[in-house]
Design a protein around this ligand. Structure first.
Ligand code: OGA
Ligand code: NI
Length: 325
């Protein structure tokens, strides 16, 4: 549990940076308090999300991802997303940075860029999502300043090199209860793709993290965000920072909501090892997917497109034209 208020105010940056560095090397997961995101906003978001998921599938399908095009926004039904090749017991809505139709990237047809699909009901979901996107992306940038200092780089290093124009994706997930005897995962074991994920969860629980000694629970802590690291940070630090496997199973008997926001490198950024990465490198461990984040090179957009094709095969094949990856 790390209080990041000093980072946001530029006071004890070194102290917070050391705590973040320690967490990134051992678990690749931590929680933050002192985050500056108004809880009034989070309650507003949670309330309207709950209202949306209570609607019938027919109404939710008005903003279906399947008909939403290349921007990769909108709703998908329970079983619609495949993690580790198997359908998850969850439904959700995908959002991201809101871009107008005349944005150059939208005009050029760059995948994953565009306008969000907001439902007609509840009408206030739209503003809550946009406010949350802005507030939590800013929190993420503050966490990255601490991380940069902990890595011996200048505080502004990430923003200069990777997140001046970050890719920000945001999801709202609804996990219906998984019944006893059902082996299905709510989200199968996976790692996240980019830099950092900032996750708000309601008070139900079910998130598990693979720590050095085995799976551990990441139970909900009121007024906090869970932060975990993605594949790009593991790659950039020669494995010193861990892109930690995690998974969810909701066996509580009640519905769970979660709100992960992914603060990732800009689409065209060529993701390379950080200065001094040779001195940080640790022995590579066997990854959950048998792949290596170090054998690959290219832009973040390329990396992400390969992933999209695997978790949403139809979208990958039809819209992005890369279902074969
Ligand atoms: C994810 C994820 C966990 C959760 O979206 O990548 O791991 O609790 N979510 O929803
Ligand atoms: Ni994840």
């Amino acid at each position: 549990m790390i209080d990041v208020s000093a980072l946001r105010h530029g006071t004890d940056v070194a102290g917070v940076a050391a705590a973040i560095d320690d967490a990134c090397r051992t678990f690749g997961f931590f929680s933050v308090i002192g985050h500056g995101v108004p809880m009034e906003l989070e309650q507003r978001l949670e309330r309207s999300a709950r209202e949306f998921f209570a609607l019938g599938d027919d109404e939710k399908a008005a903003i279906a991802m399947a008909t939403g095009g290349r921007a990769w926004r909108g709703w998908f039904p329970v079983g619609g997303e495949l993690t580790s090749g198997k359908p998850d017991a969850k439904e959700g809505v995908y959002f991201g940075t809101e871009l107008p139709a005349d944005d150059p990237r939208v005009l050029a047809g760059v995948p994953l860029h565009g306008a969000n699909r907001f439902p007609e009901r509840p009408a206030d979901l739209r503003q809550a999502v946009l406010d949350h996107l802005a507030a939590v992306a800013e929190l993420g940038q503050a966490v990255l300043t601490g991380m940069a200092v902990g890595l011996g780089l200048g505080a502004g290093w990430f923003r200069q090199e990777l997140t001046a124009d970050p890719l920000v994706l945001f999801r709202i997930f609804h996990y219906p209860p998984v019944l006893p005897g059902n082996e299905q995962w709510s989200v199968g074991e996976h790692t996240d793709y980019g830099l950092i994920t900032l996750l708000r969860q309601d008070d139900v629980g079910g998130l598990e993290v693979r720590g050095p000694g085995g799976w551990i629970d990441a139970p909900p802590v009121p007024d906090s965000f869970v932060v975990n690291l993605g594949d790009m940070l593991e790659r950039m630090t020669g494995g010193r920072y861990r892109s930690t496997p995690h998974r969810v199973r909701n066996t509580t008997g009640v519905s769970r909501l979660s709100f992960p926001l992914f603060l990732d490198p800009g689409w065209d950024v060529d993701v390379r090892p950080i200065p001094g990465a040779e001195d940080l490198a640790v022995e590579e461990w066997e990854r959950w997917d048998g792949r290596s984040v170090h054998d690959w090179s290219g832009t973040y957009g390329d990396y992400l497109l390969g992933k999209v094709g695997r978790v949403f095969p139809d979208l990958g094949a039809q819209v992005l034209g890369d279902g074969g990856r």
